[in-house]
Design a protein. Sequence first.
Length: 263
Amino acid sequence: MRFLFQYPDAHGLDGYMLAAGAVGEVARAVESAGFDGIAFTEHPAPSARWLEAGGHQTLGKTAASVDVLSNGRLELGLGTGYQKAEFKALGVDFDARNADFDEMLDVLPRFWSGNPVATSGRAFEARDTVCRPLPHQQPIPIWIGGNSNLTMRRVAERAQGWMPMLTDATVSATTRTAHIGDAATLAHRITELKDLAAGRPIEILVSYLDQSVWQIGSDVERHRNAIGELARAGATWVSLSAPSESFTRTTELLGYYAETFKN
């Protein structure tokens, strides 16, 4: 089991997106605490209604550039999306998102090759377009999020990682995906995925959402057991994000994690 730290999100319309600390400083603190990676969330055009209801502010980058800057350490997490307002803001047909997503999976590795690309499809058109900088990884590993059978087939056939959403039924309905509510259900779905992948290795990233894990000294064994259940279910990565609004608090919580759970 490896551990990923998700940069603490600022929720709602108030607050500063990078209040938890400068990205470079937080990344170094995450590495010092023994985490195996750091993650950032991204929504291209979140709606005011979603943010007002507690949605998170976002941070996005260009994949090839990040892969170069990180010396080939990027895993690109993708999903078809679920916010209709976001699709409308971008001028994209919400009902065609699955067809567009599959076309994108076809096109991205071709662009990352550094060679001129000519393509004409439903969603993407290019005439001898060249993508630079050339990423270190060929292609950049893609991890796909979501719980649907269609997502699992995509992962089995075309991706290097799966990011199932382990949530309550209400969140599953909001994000328009099938419900996975516990480790037992997760284990069953991972077994299904392995059968679909026919032995091809796939990373499994699950978010640990119980924020009481950051209450210093509270329920340590319960959290260890819960994370252990995810590992036994087949998860190879677990993602955690601390509730922090300052770099000092971020480093305090990372130090607590290193002493309590990593060692």
